[in-house]
Design a protein around this ligand. Structure first.
Ligand code: GLP
Length: 239
């Protein structure tokens, strides 16, 4: 997973460095995930920034999802995760960071505003994603419409158990999340999926070797014109 991290970090750096801002589009727009898979990538992006090889001044970010009920300051929120693992170390402008609010009074309005903000930014240039053990992308759990947009999703029992490793107990894990939809991800100009570890082997198999299915939502990427899966040896065990 170190090599995967290095490869993707270099790939993203190239994209940002080679981006030519225009009057209509001043920023390179990145979609970002949380979880353990992107950590080696964030570490390298931070290192590149420290070495003066990468600036985020002309980058806008949109995160994939956030737990419902957790405030941005909550140590298990995705806001906090992103701040601690990436944003506090780089030169991105505060107003260019977008993360769905898990404490919005009106979740539906929050999701609609998020889609509108993505549109205003000119769409997402590169959506980086991880994958759940059950093949979910962002929090698009099995059964999600492959045309879905940003919305509220109830998490499956399996996801709650898998993600409880980041919490003190299973009962602390929120049961709902706001998440971009499969359709939102499919609209990105480019998608890069990180798949590492043996526990993702079945998900990778379902993503690439079987038909497109809403039960393994990452399989929708088979229809994307510019998507790339970067995996390690362990993740290929079922291929
Ligand atoms: C969560 C996130 C997903 C992420 C998945 C896998 O469910 N909502 O976006 O891809 O976890 O996480 P990890 O990379 O830790 O395996």
């Amino acid at each position: 997973s170190e090599k995967v991290g290095e490869f993707i970090a270099n790939y993203i750096r190239e994209k940002i460095v080679n981006f030519k801002p225009t009057e209509e589009k001043k920023h390179y727009v990145l979609g970002l995930p949380t979880g353990s898979s992107p950590l080696p990538i964030y570490k390298r992006l931070v290192a590149m920034h420290k070495e003066g090889k990468l600036s985020f001044k002309n980058v806008i970010t949109f995160n994939m999802d956030e737990y419902v009920g957790l405030s941005p300051e909550h140590p298990f929120s995705y806001h906090y995760f992103m701040h601690e693992n990436l944003f506090k170390y780089i030169d991105i402008e505060r107003q260019n960071i977008h993360i769905l609010s898990g404490v919005a009074a009106d979740a539906e309005a929050e999701c609609e505003a998020y889609e509108a903000a993505i549109k205003r930014a000119g769409g997402i240039d590169l959506f980086l994603g991880g994958i759940g053990v059950d093949g979910h992308i962002a929090f698009n759990e099995p059964g999600s419409s492959l045309a879905s947009r940003t919305r509220l999703k109830t998490l499956t029992r399996d996801t709650i158990i898998v993600n409880s490793r980041f919490f003190e107990s299973v009962s602390q894990v929120p049961t709902k999340a706001l998440t971009v939809g499969v359709g939102t991800i499919m609209d990105a100009k480019e998608v890069v999926l990180i798949v590492t570890g043996h526990n993702k082997a079945m998900a990778l198999y379902k993503t690439v070797e079987e038909g497109i299915s809403h039960m393994w939502t990452a399989s929708a990427l088979q229809m994307h014109r510019h998507s790339m899966i970067v995996c390690d040896e362990d993740a290929t065990d079922e291929l």
